[in-house]
Design a protein around this ligand. Structure first.
Ligand code: ADP
Ligand code: MG
Length: 683
């Protein structure tokens, strides 16, 4: 799509458009109004009702700057034969000149009875001639940003509409069946609705023109997913042999037996791995449900087929824990496990990369360092990605592209893991091309975590509780407040908290872990905490994912009101992993915003991750839940998964039909809506 209409704009205006995410003509075309104002009619003063915004035409009789009761521009006018006063409290000196006697204005605003008779306060107005025609359509009011005036935006959008190719992409029979109007006509109507339009339908976005745009958006997304699905189905992967002796040995040696849910998920994964097409499966399971051992058993199957496995985690701490577990489980079986992370000394990194390249390392565990250019796999057959929503889309693509063979003919199977459950409507749209296995039961013997909400004023009681727990042989986490604005400030807060808690608890051994520690130091602190040498661990949210110390049964979260739901759920999941009854104390600071109060209520009332995710979706919308923020891919702009569920279904049904029978139209549609972003939509 050309950017013609944008290039003709002054740089400042272009900067503003950029801020609104408007980068090309088609972006502008899809920048739809927030609301409209009716300037197509002139209302007689006598007919203007209170509270109603109307347009009145009047001729200026006199203008002056008044100082009582405060400074203002007072403009006395006459509308037909009735007087009307326009009052402006904020004005430019030039306006006094502009509103000279005899000048005709059209003013839009509310008419109210005032001190001087009928008046309008701060109307929007235009100077007109007596024969200036009225606009034929409602005036759109667009979402904008400070410094970008509506008329500039309007002009840019008008030009973009004129120069863009808005030709119909959808076959007429489909539009008839769904009772949807033409694309260009829908856009024109939304940008410039006729005055007699059903205002309610427009406002509630249920008007057919709105539905058409929403449908197109949903369809583009479904098409993109189908295209990926096809590509994947035509892609080939190494078909792995059924698990054999090593797997049996590991299962026998585990100190527990798999839960029924774990066994079912593992069977689903194994069936996929046996096929010659790349698996793309999401293993979902609440915090603590035991996803890691399932992944390890899947990895072993690849190893037994003579292939390699990559296990990737989003943080060093989590990756190290995986390395620890995979080593403990697999090395005794003679499987070699390599460790690769960004913060490793260069020499170690080179050594690990060499072991991976020769195939000496059968399993490689690490952070995103695993898929950097220097790393070449010998025979990668399975990529395990933990907390997959935390990775950017680019990173996941890169890992996939590290296919099994140099020719790129074989793709690795992918097993993604997540403790953030995806509600049904979301799964239906965004993950339609992903198989999902759910571990829907926790290992036996867990005691549910008791959650307490405590106002910061009662901090002393919390401190007493922490001391008591630690002195009776248990361990505790103290999670420092989240400071989103500044990482430096967050670090400072963590250090301060650590110092003050060390003073508070001279009788306890206290440790500190935060994101800025080197991985060696981080590992050392975690190891001491795991071994029980530290009783209290002060931590930033770096411990949010995956940390597993069963003896820790108390967690304090400071400034819980700042944390997101998913984050609190994850944090809370760090306790309740052993036999002791666990408690999670959410310290909060009054006064609470409505939103914070709502979040605290939900986390207090629910322990089930699915329930919490459902509420999270409601509060925050799908983008964040899917980690789209990270990837920069715009999610649904127009359609609403709940309100437009019928359109979601319709788009899902239409997509395969279109691809089959109107391939060119499908291509055009994708190009229009996705541009170069297709590759990133569904990975
Ligand atoms: P998550 O799903 O949150 O990643 P983990 O894989 O870390 O959970 O497992 C949490 C803990 O439960 C670990 O200590 C793990 O060894 C243990 N575990 C896993 N499966 C079982 C099981 N079937 N029975 C008992 N404990 C288990
Ligand atoms: Mg985990």
């Amino acid at each position: 799509m050309s950017g013609g209409s944008l290039e003709s704009l002054p740089a400042a205006a272009r900067g503003h458009l950029e801020k609104l995410g408007l980068r090309n003509a088609f972006d502008l075309v899809l920048h739809l109004p927030l609301r409209y104002e009716d300037e197509t009619r002139i209302t007689a003063l006598s007919e203007a009702r209170a509270g109603e915004t109307v347009q009145v035409e009047a001729v200026v009789e006199s203008s002056e700057i008044a100082f009582r009761p405060r400074r203002m521009l007072l403009c006395r006018t006459r509308s037909v034969d009735q007087p009307l006063v326009l009052r402006f409290f904020h004005f430019y000196p030039s306006q006094l000149k502009q509103l000279a006697p005899g000048v005709r204005v059209r003013a839009v605003g509310e008419v109210r009875p005032g001190f001087f008779g009928a008046e309008m306060i701060h109307p929007r107005y235009r100077v007109v001639r007596a024969d200036t025609p009225l606009p034929q359509s409602l005036t759109p009011i667009y979402p904008t940003t400070a410094g970008l005036q509506q008329h500039v935006l309007r002009k840019a959008i008008g030009e973009a509409m004129a120069e863009s190719d808005l030709s119909e992409t959808l076959p007429p029979e489909l539009l008839r069946a769904l009772r949807l109007p033409d694309f260009a006509a829908s856009l024109r109507l939304l940008h410039q609705p006729p005055p007699d339009i059903a205002a309610q339908a427009l406002e509630h976005r249920t008007h057919p023109a709105w539905r058409r745009i929403k449908f197109d958006e949903l369809l583009a997304q479904q098409l993109s997913m189908r295209v990926h699905q096809r590509r994947r189905q035509s892609a080939r992967a190494l078909a792995l042999a059924p698990p054999a002796r090593l797997t049996r040995t590991l299962v026998e040696r585990l100190p527990f037996s798999l839960t029924a849910a774990q066994a079912r998920c593992l069977a689903e994964i194994r069936a996929d791995l046996a096929r010659a097409h790349p698996m793309q499966r999401l293993l979902q399971g609440d915090v603590g449900s035991g996803k890691t051992v399932v992944a390890a058993l899947a990895a072993l199957q690849a190893v037994e087929s003579g292939a390699q496995v990559a296990v990737m985690a989003p943080t060093e701490i989590l990756a190290e824990q995986h390395y620890g577990k995979f080593s403990a489980w697999l090395q005794p079986l003679g499987v070699s496990v390599a460790w690769l992370s960004g913060s490793q000394p260069r020499r170690e990194k080179r050594e690990a990369a060499a072991r991976i390249e020769t195939g000496e390392a059968q399993v490689a565990v690490g952070t995103h360092a695993l898929f950097q250019d220097q790393v070449t796999f010998h025979r990668l057959a399975l990529a395990v990605v933990d907390e997959q929503h935390r990775f950017g889309v680019h990173q996941r693509l890169a890992l996939r592209q590290k296919g099994t063979d140099q020719a790129g003919a074989l793709q690795p199977h992918q097993l993604m893991m997540s403790a953030t459950p995806i509600p049904r409507t979301l799964a239906m749209t965004f993950y339609a091309d992903l198989e999902v296995s759910v571990i829907d039961e926790l290992p036996p013997g867990r005691t549910p975590v008791l959650t307490k909400l405590v106002a910061d004023a009662r901090r002393d009681e919390v401190i007493a509780r922490v001391r008591e727990a630690c002195l009776s042989g248990r361990q505790a986490y103290w999670v420092c407040p989240l400071i989103e604005e500044s990482e430096a400030l967050q670090l400072q807060t963590a250090m301060d908290t650590y110092e003050s808690l060390r003073t508070t608890f001279p009788d306890l051994s206290v440790g500190l872990v935060h994101g800025r520690l080197s991985s060696t130091d981080k590992a050392a602190v975690m190891a001491r905490f795991s071994a029980g040498a530290l009783q209290l661990l002060v931590a930033t949210t770096v411990i949010e994912v995956g940390v597993d110390v069963p003896n820790a049964s108390l967690m304090v979260i400071e400034h819980a009101e700042r944390m997101g739901l998913a984050q609190m759920h994850q944090l809370r999941g760090r306790v309740g992993r052993g036999a002791a009854a666990s408690v999670c104390i959410l310290l909060f600071q009054n006064p609470l915003s409505d939103n914070a109060r709502e979040r605290l209520r939900i986390i207090y009332e629910h322990v089930d991750g699915f329930e919490i995710a459902r509420h999270d979706l409601r509060i925050r919308g799908p983008g964040e839940l899917l980690g789209a923020r990270q990837s920069g891919v715009p999610m649904l702009r127009f359609a609403d998964l709940e309100a437009d569920a019928d359109l979601v279904e319709a788009a899902r049904d239409a997509a395969p039909l279109l691809l089959q029978e109107h391939a060119q139209a499908a291509q055009l549609h994708l190009q229009r809506w996705m541009g170069g972003r297709q590759e990133y939509l569904r990975v």
